[in-house]
Design a protein around this ligand. Structure first.
Ligand SMILES: Nc1ccn([C@@H]2O[C@H](COP(=O)(O)O)[C@@H](O)[C@H]2O)c(=O)n1
Length: 590
């Protein structure tokens, strides 16, 4: 872990279940490779994960089984370690590559900005040569305009210890927000392509489909159906992401799918036991029923990593892992990520507390930040509606130092405030309602409103509010306390208490439960409104990211505008404006 990171706290633990084929999975790490410095339960860093993987590979070798590492994209955007350098990612590529990942693919965040996709093609694809898979993604070479596969379409290989044959694919969901130097092909079309049809006719022991795709999303179901059509008994394993939740499901008795959260809070574990080699003659559904699948969501917590590897603080860390931790520390220092803009007076939550409310980060924005930053001095007296999508905020603010790192953690995007001047108020006032409530109408116009909100809400549609704190030690297979604290039951800290299609025993550490309050897709602030009556016209101000939705909503309200009618409202990215606001408004020292 990084120097100064929160000390890990012991928790009651569920053990890992090993099989013949075992996997460690990361997804949506979004630059959090230094770990969560302010949260004890997720404070291990990428160097610790390098040590963990090496120790677990050794365990696998000793037992004669196999361990593979998987990453399903969105490695970038969301943390100072990636976003604070100029150009972005200057330190990230060399840190990330230190992990020996066996199967890796692209997420949507690698593609929003053309230079990010260039960086992916120039650095990460060659860093993981032969292991990077792009089943439905092409790249356009800037110099020639030639369109080529981002990386190989699939990978066939044998595992190290048992020689298990694997055919692996790497997909991205049907993403349309990419810059024009990549082409994402819809999964449902790619599965009809000749190369895919040939690949699924390869005789293999197991298919592994990795993807930046939620495990409940249609893309995975389509891929599963097509592979299964021709391979009735072969196990098919899916590793997904994008939705930022811990999740697992089975599409049938010989398949299994898991997603491993977000922000390097979670290291997913999947194992398969049973007749995984063809030589073991799976010839009937009865044989195939012998497959056993397990999943575990490992908190990225050093004490947990020690526990699962059977090691301790003096035996766990490899030289390689320690070096990676040191490289991260050096990068953080050079980027001055601990520079403090101000001191947050309390915690502000995205989903842990209701919106509107005193502890909601969105209420803070709506009532305090936006009125100060959404000001164009030439038009400051013109009434305006300022609309901000909630997905633009990526993480909670914790009481205490708000650092350069926190600015990117809260708001990594290059979003700016644009505006359309003098919009008739009768139409402008309908926009927020359409963005928040007219999901069906907007979806019919191929503009899914849910893409303006936080990704978690693609999966969690209703608030989850617990009546009272859960009984810590109840439930299936009540757990033994972790490591060095003998028989004393540690008190629980808040964290994941996952319920997925497999059950509620997926998390490795037992936490106390956390409420999840669903928030609207967008929030709105009214500024400079006359007191007596409604204005005739207003300036409509909004993040550039939601411009297509805003234009569509205006059209539905009877006012047609195009991109040509939109111009910048305030100089500077939202990230810079927020940092400036904090410097002005929160005390400098904590
Ligand atoms: N410039 C941007 C880019 C993205 N968003 C929000 O992020 C969501 C996607 O997040 P994933 O990590 O799941 O890919 C997207 O739906 C937006 O809500 C944004 O606000 N601005």
């Amino acid at each position: 872990a990084q120097h100064g990171a929160a000390e890990p706290i012991p928790a009651p633990m569920r053990d890992l279940v090993w099989g013949k084929l075992n996997f460690l999975h990361t997804t949506d790490t979004h630059g959090w490779h230094a770990g969560h410095l302010q949260e004890s339960q997720y404070s291990a860093d990428w160097g610790d994960y390098v040590s963990f993987a090496a120790q677990m590979r050794k365990k696998a070798d000793d037992a004669g089984v196999d361990l593979l590492l998987v990453d399903t994209g969105d490695r970038v955007e969301g943390n100072g370690l990636y976003d604070a350098s100029s150009p972005k990612g200057q330190y990230y590529y060399d840190i990330y590559r230190e992990q020996d990942v066996d199967i890796i693919c692209t997420g949507n965040h690698e593609l929003y900005i053309a230079s990010t996709a260039d960086g992916e093609h120039k650095h990460t694809v060659p860093n993981f040569k032969g292991k990077y898979i792009a089943s439905n993604l092409d790249y356009i070479i800037p110099e020639t305009g030639e369109r080529i596969p981002m990386a190989r379409r699939y990978r066939k290989f044998n595992t190290k210890n048992q020689g298990v044959e694997v055919v692996a694919f790497g997909f991205l969901f049907d993403f349309t927000g990419n810059a024009n130097n990549t082409v994402v092909k819809p999964a449902r079309e790619v599965i009809r392509e000749k190369w895919f049809q040939e690949a699924i006719r390869e005789k293999t022991d197991v298919f592994v489909v990795i993807g930046h795709v939620g495990v409940q999303m249609q893309e995975f179901k389509d891929i599963f159906t097509e592979i299964r059509r021709l391979n009735w008994l072969t196990p098919i394993l899916f590793f997904g992401g994008h939705v930022h939740v811990r999740d697992a499901t089975a599409y049938d008795s010989r398949s299994f799918a898991m997603a491993s959260g977000r922000y390097f809070e979670t290291i997913g574990w999947m194992s398969v036991d049973g007749p995984v080699k063809k030589i073991e003659q799976v010839s009937s559904e009865a044989d195939a029923a012998a497959f056993k699948f397990h999943r575990r969501y490992i908190d990225n917590n050093l004490l947990g990593l020690y526990h699962h590897s059977g090691l301790n603080a003096s035996t766990f860390h490899t030289e390689h892992g320690k070096n990676v931790t040191a490289i991260i520390a050096k990068a953080r220092k050079e980027l001055d990520l601990d520079y403090t803009f101000g001191c947050a007076p309390k915690n502000y939550w995205m989903s842990r507390s209701p919106y509107p409310g005193p502890d909601s980060i969105y209420t803070l924005l709506e009532e305090e930040v936006i009125p100060d930053i959404a000001v164009n001095h030439k038009r400051k007296d013109v009434p305006r509606l300022v609309i901000v999508n909630t997905g633009a905020i990526r993480f909670d603010i914790f009481k205490g130092a708000f650092t350069r790192d926190s600015t990117y953690i809260t708001s990594p995007f290059l979003s700016v405030l644009n505006h359309i001047p003098d919009v008739p108020y009768h139409a402008a006032k309908k926009v927020i309602k359409l963005l928040n409530n007219a999901g069906k109408i907007m979806a019919d116009a191929h503009m899914g409103n849910e893409f303006m909100a936080i990704p978690e809400q693609l999966s969690i549609k209703e608030s989850i509010i617990y009546d009272a704190p859960a009984n810590p030690f109840s439930g299936e297979g009540a757990q033994k306390p972790m490591g060095q604290h003998g028989h004393k039951e540690p008190s629980l800290i808040e964290g994941y208490t996952t319920r997925d299609d497999i059950g509620d025993d997926g998390d490795d550490a037992i936490h106390s439960r956390v409420n999840f309050y669903v928030v609207p897709n967008c929030i709105q602030t009214e500024l400079a409104f006359p007191e007596a009556e409604d204005p005739e016209t207003v300036d409509l101000v909004f993040f550039d990211f939601i411009q297509p939705w805003v234009l569509m909503a205006l059209k539905f309200s009877g006012e047609v505008y195009t991109d040509k009618d939109v111009s910048l409202y305030v100089e500077g990215t939202f990230t810079e404006l927020l940092a400036g606001w904090i410097k002005e408004n929160w005390p400098a020292k904590c």
